[in-house]
Ligand binder design. Structure first.
Ligand code: FE2
Length: 203
């Protein structure tokens, strides 16, 4: 498969290109910034963009949805509860086929209600749920520390070898693994739900 992590925009976002080597079909994940650059990269690799997939509806992840759709005909895939204009609403456990690559949707509310992580080929795109060394904030509209607790625990059920690719370049490196985060991420230390809620209130 083809996989690219692309640093974009003014607030250290990552967009991602998921492509299938054999059919040359592709999905663009969170194309909010530098749409020209992203589409040029796809065209350089001979990829046809079939889908825009959003991890969540915050503007720094969805700002280029319409431009990409207009220019490529790509269908917008987002969680059923997402307020963005979407062609394919998805929910937990659904899969999107990008050629031969199957992208599984894991609903992870907490940062916002419509947040999803995307799992394919041993890789997990974690959006603003999990960063390298951090978790997403829960104090924005629709955020919930209780839901974040459940969502992070859901991700921690994944195997240690699964690679973690976050929605922002906020950590000491650009990607890691579930095992690395389990060992090193202070937000994932063993806590009860109540301890986690209290922890998220601390500055
Ligand atoms: Fe966000």
């Amino acid at each position: 498969m083809i996989f690219k992590q692309v640093p974009v925009g003014a607030v250290q976002n990552f967009s991602y290109i998921i492509g299938d080597e054999s059919t040359k079909k592709a999905a663009l994940v969170d194309p909010a910034w530098e749409v020209d650059k992203l589409l040029q990269m796809c065209s350089d690799m001979g990829l046809t963009v079939l889908y825009v997939i959003n991890t969540h509806s915050h503007h720094d992840h969805v700002g280029g949805n319409d431009a990409v759709s207009r220019r490529t005909g790509a269908k917008v895939v987002a969680h059923v509860s997402s307020p963005v204009r979407k062609d394919i609403p998805v929910k937990d456990g659904d899969a999107i086929k990008v050629g031969e690559v199957s992208v599984e949707v894991i609903h992870t509310p907490g940062h916002c209600p419509d947040h999803t992580c995307l799992l394919f080929d041993g890789k997990l795109l974690t959006g603003d749920t999990l960063f390298v060394g951090e978790c997403g904030r829960t104090d924005l509209a629709g955020g919930s520390a209780v839901e974040m607790y459940e969502s992070l625990n859901k991700l921690l059920k994944l195997d240690d070898y699964i690679e973690v690719y976050p929605g922002h370049d906020y950590g000491s490196k650009k990607s890691s693994t579930i095992g690395y985060e389990r060992q090193n991420n202070y937000t994932l230390k063993k806590r009860t739900r109540e301890e986690f809620i209290q922890f998220m209130k601390e500055p």
